[in-house]
Design a protein around this ligand. Structure first.
Ligand code: NAP
Ligand code: MG
Length: 401
């Protein structure tokens, strides 16, 4: 069989611990035998980030801007324990945070649906994708404890020195106060990323906030989405037969529960944080959740939603057997390869991505899976495979196809 040839390199961001082991297995067993893989390789493993003073992370993000599509392995976000473990020069920042700041994107998270692993909500037949705004609000808020009676005001001082203010509250006893913000530019980018992704995946887009109560703050989000939609996207949505609609957050929650799935739900930062955890656990497992960062200019970075699975890695280092689920990492690769195929007009590459995804799902539906899935499946008599053998089982399914 001739291998599929690529024309533009994928930006490949390698990572840490157990997912780094998965990364190599996936490339060796599922990709390289079928594709003449063309990647520009960046080693985001913590040791190499430390050696390069984290320059490699920045370079990988700039390369994503150059080529348009990246695939990323999970990486360690250092904390005090990691600084010691890896003898780090500094507590380097989260690579995801660095990359997101450079690409200015929105993260879309979608569960991978498999028969035999049913969502807790029985009427969810199709995946629900969460788009979380990744800037501002309560995550960049300033807070104060108010010790006793007194007045709190919000004051804006313009560049020319003129001021405007609004009363927050006249306290007659102790209390608390919080000031938060967002940026028009960031909300506009968020809206465009959501509309682009809806078009890309041909799915209806919902956006919800609490504009009836927050008449300036949340209402601005609502207005920006509507203005950009009407001016730039409405025609394309009509053409594709998909919809954009805005509703109140409480109405959205109620509707989601009654829905069949198959749409994108755009959330403000805090709502997205909460709702994405609810959806991933209701759909089954973090190991069955894909994640893609989409920039408003149309750059894509695909990854798994879970971390580096540290506990399994330490077992692996001790020579013990692991049964780590590679599905989300496989789907990060297929997402990136399919997008590369679309952009470069290489149909076989996109078809290969579809086939590998199908082979992965068929393998699980055929009763072969990793331990985490065996624990939650409704299937009887399943075979639990170790990390390597599960990937080999997918290869067998793929070759048969
Ligand atoms: P984690 O890697 O998400 O794993 C937490 C637990 O979830 C695992 O111990 C395992 O449970 C289960 N799990 C997650 N992925 C799995 C998979 N593919 N197959 C089977 N089980 C899976 O989180 P963590 O261990 O708390 O974090 C490790 C490192 O990941 C941290 O240094 C953190 O900074 C980093 N992290 C990176 C990213 C990213 O790069 N996107 C995201 C989150 C965290 P059992 O142990 O019960 O089997
Ligand atoms: Mg959370």
């Amino acid at each position: 069989m001739e291998k599929i040839v690529m024309t533009t390199p994928l930006v490949e961001m390698d990572g840490d611990e157990m997912t780094r082991i998965l990364w190599k297995l996936i490339k060796d067993e599922l990709l390289s035998p079928f594709i003449e893989l063309k990647t520009e390789y960046y080693d985001l493993g913590l040791e190499h980030r430390n050696e390069t003073d984290d320059k490699v992370t920045f370079d990988s993000a700039y390369a994503t801007k150059k080529y348009g599509v990246a695939v990323k392995c999970a990486t360690i976000t250092p904390n005090a324990a990691r600084v010691e473990e890896y003898n780090l020069k500094e507590m380097w920042k989260s690579p995801n945070g660095t990359i997101r700041a450079i690409l200015d994107g929105t993260v879309f998270r979608t569960p991978i649906i498999v028969k035999g692993i049913e969502p807790c909500v029985r009427n969810w037949e199709k995946p629900i994708t969460i788009a979380r705004h990744a800037y501002g609000d309560v995550y960049k808020a300033s807070e104060m404890k108010i010790p006793g009676p007194g007045k709190v005001e919000l004051v804006y001082t313009a560049a020319d020195g003129s001021t405007d203010s609004v009363l927050v509250h006249e306290f007659d006893g102790p209390g608390i106060v919080q000031g938060m913000h967002n940026l028009t530019g960031s909300i506009e980018s968020f809206a465009r990323s959501c509309f682009n992704y809806a078009i890309d995946t041909k799915q209806t887009l919902w956006f919800a906030s609490k504009d009836t109560i927050s008449k300036k703050y949340d209402h601005t989000f609502k207005d920006i989405f509507q203005e950009i939609f009407d001016a730039e996207y409405k025609e394309k949505f009509d053409e594709l037969g998909i919809e954009y609609f805005y509703t109140l957050i409480d109405d959205a929650v109620a509707r989601v529960m009654k829905s069949k799935g198959g749409f994108i739900w755009a959330c403000k930062n805090y709502d997205g944080d909460v709702m994405s955890d609810m959806l991933s656990s209701a759909f089954g497992s973090l190991a069955m959740m894909t994640s893609v960062l989409v920039s408003p200019e149309g750059y894509y970075e695909y990854e798994a939603a879970h971390g580096t699975v540290q506990r399994h890695y330490y077992k692996h280092l001790k020579g013990e057997e692991t049964s780590t689920n590679p599905v989300a990492t496989i789907f990060a690769w297929t997402g990136a390869l399919r997008k590369r195929g679309e952009l470069d007009g290489i149909a076989e590459l996109s078809e290969f991505a579809d086939k590998l995804e199908k082979a992965t799902i068929d393998t699980i539906e055929g009763g072969q899976m990793t331990k985490d899935l065996a624990l939650i499946t409704s299937m009887k008599d399943v075979t639990v495979l170790n990390t390597e053998n599960f990937i080999k089982a997918i290869r067998t399914t793929l070759e048969a196809m």
